[in-house]
Design a protein around this ligand. Sequence first.
Ligand code: FAD
Length: 300
Amino acid sequence: MRIGSWIDKIRGEKRFNEPMRRYTTFRIGGKADILIFPEDIGDIRKILSVSKDRQIPLFVLGGGANLLVRDGGIRGIVLSLRKGFRDIKIADRTLVSVGVGAKLTEVVGFAADNGLSGLEFAVGIPGSVGGALIMNAGASGKEMAKIVESVTLMDPEGNILNMVGDDIGFGYRNSRFPAGSILLRTRLSLREGDKREIREGMKVNLEERQKRQPLSFPCAGSIFKNPVGNFAGRLIESAGLKGYRIGDAQVSERHANFIVNTGNASAEDVIRLIDYIKHVVLEKKGIVLETEIHIVGEEI
Ligand SMILES: Cc1cc2nc3c(=O)[nH]c(=O)nc-3n(C[C@H](O)[C@H](O)[C@H](O)COP(=O)(O)OP(=O)(O)OC[C@H]3O[C@@H](n4cnc5c(N)ncnc54)[C@H](O)[C@@H]3O)c2cc1C
């Protein structure tokens, strides 16, 4: 992509032809044309207007923990809010105000330090607060939807909107923010709790996670959503696919709903493995699996 002089008017760190594998927990992904770390809302508004005027595609990256970037990379601008938008503060007694670029686990720690309960379920979920809102991240039967009081975002026209929890349309590992919006902040509604009990709850959740998940290889968490009344991992395992591999992408031996990058897996390896799993599970179990991870970017 040819980059014009508009780029000089935008503040914040910029990286060109940046390999996205550095920004995804899968450690996979081709190059992004431009990766920008805006410093404030004014920068984001400028980027949005350039992207609109010049028809440059714009993609918002969180922690890259639920993302597969194709091998051809991402055309246009990738925006990361992890530098300028990561403050965490108490807005009012049990209300915590958080920038979307903060890591979810940092917020879990902040809540525990301040004796605020309600986020223990999120301990160990990788990624940013922004990604957790978009994905309605959850564990142990709890999810972000239950604690989100409001979310502040910029719509594609550059307007700042404040959406309250009930209007967001959170669903199972998804949300319905207006298309093309950039989430900026959220207010999480927690409750007063006993610091020792909060830490104990976190410890139990973390141990449970370490037992079940293959944390020694790069991955992107659960690949498929659980079908109603069933578990994707159980279906994949009983279809005989545990350990099945294409290239360096392998169905985890530990948790069949995880695909792990055992070395140098390409996005194509992972996509072929996803298609194969879907095909076998449909054939053997009659169930259509739906991917939970977001697949973005271009093929080579
Ligand atoms: C080892 C492991 C374990 C995991 N365990 C769990 C689990 O227990 N529960 C669970 O729910 N998930 C789990 N996940 C998946 C992942 O952690 C969550 O989905 C997480 O919330 C993704 O956040 P992220 O910031 O990494 O988002 P990304 O992967 O970077 O992005 C996800 C989507 O959100 C969009 N997005 C991100 N930020 C913004 C923003 N500010 N504005 C607009 N759009 C934005 C992106 O464009 C993309 O479409 C796990 C992943 C791993 C690797």
